[in-house]
Design a protein around this ligand. Structure first.
Ligand code: GUN
Length: 299
């Protein structure tokens, strides 16, 4: 049986560090004696997607727990692109805000790329602007904001495999801008041999079986089966899918990942559960990026 990678525990450790840094910043007296900097995070949600509402509420709550100035902008589904861009402009100019997050997906009538690219790169704690994407791609992650889910996944991988991942075979299933591509870049920066698989990949199961580190980020419930997993591999399941659970009663649902956990746990060396694996890390890394942004702003 494999080691269960406890994302809640690691996330709680990251949040404790963020709280300590926040307290340091507050005590420092940056702009005047006794007048420290309070990290400010603005979270913007447009529309009423239930999953997004839960994620955003968790982000705002954790920001408050960390001692941040936490602001949530909840906008109606029919909000115009121009109004959203205006809000981004105001947040860019607001010295009390160090991090801006626009929850994705946005409603179809809004050009997501235009909105994301309007965020000032130094406040882009999601790491989605071209400046931050480019730095990561150019091997300069140390000076970039790295997207939270892949950054958190790397931390979990390092927890079980140590910091030296050199020469390991990594397979990332999924090529999204939010997870797959930045994850591949981080693994590459850690000297892994990286393959990015996607819906057109041929014989995905055989490819997955070559992976010492297997990352599943496709959004397809329990797609990765036990016989896709190399014995001893580290399996990172980024998927969060809600599926019907008739065994729990009429109309009930349950959360599953992109990996068939019961099967994969028989073969893997270590595996993240869903829930309680990568999910909590995403929020913790958002807090980490925001406090770093506040530290940089404080000079
Ligand atoms: N939607 C799903 N994951 C994310 C994320 O990490 N950031 C934002 N902004 N939206 C998301």
């Amino acid at each position: 049986m494999s080691t269960v990678i406890d994302g809640r525990k690691t996330a709680a450790e990251v949040v404790e560090k963020v709280k300590a840094l926040t307290a340091d910043l507050a005590a420092k007296g940056v702009s005047a004696p006794g007048l420290g900097v309070v990290p400010g995070l603005a979270v913007v949600i447009v529309g009423e997607d239930p999953a997004s509402q839960v994620y955003v509420a968790n982000k705002s709550r954790t920001a408050k727990e960390c001692g941040f100035h936490s602001v949530q902008h909840t906008l109606a589904t029919d909000t115009g692109e121009a109004d959203l861009l205006k809000l981004i402009g105001e947040l860019n100019a607001d010295p009390a805000i160090h991090g801006i997050l626009v929850q994705l997906p946005l409603p179809g009538h809004i050009d997501s790329s235009k909105v994301i690219q309007a965020i000032a790169p130094e406040k882009d704690v999601d790491g989605f602007t071209y400046v931050n994407v480019g730095k990561l791609g150019a091997g300069e992650a140390a000076t970039a904001f790295v997207p939270c889910t892949p950054a958190g996944s790397m931390l979990l991988i390092e927890r079980v495999r140590g910091r030296d991942l050199s020469g390991l075979n990594a397979v990332v299933i999924g090529r999204s801008n939010i997870v797959g591509k930045p994850m591949a870049n981080l693994l590459l920066a850690a000297n892994c041999t990286v393959t990015v698989a996607h819906s057109r990949t041929k014989d995905l199961a055989a490819l997955a079986r070559t992976a010492d580190i297997l990352v599943a980020a496709v959004g397809r419930p329990e797609m990765v089966k036990g016989d896709w997993v190399k014995p001893g591999a580290t399996v990172i399941d980024v998927g969060i899918n809600r599926i019907p659970a008739p065994e729990k009663g009429e109309g009930r649902t349950r959360l599953v990942g992109d990996v068939d956990y019961a099967q994969a746990a028989e073969v893997a060396g270590a595996i993240t559960p869903v829930p309680g694996g990568v999910g909590p890390m995403t929020i913790a890394m958002l807090m980490a990026n925001t406090v770093v942004s506040a530290c940089l702003a404080a000079g």
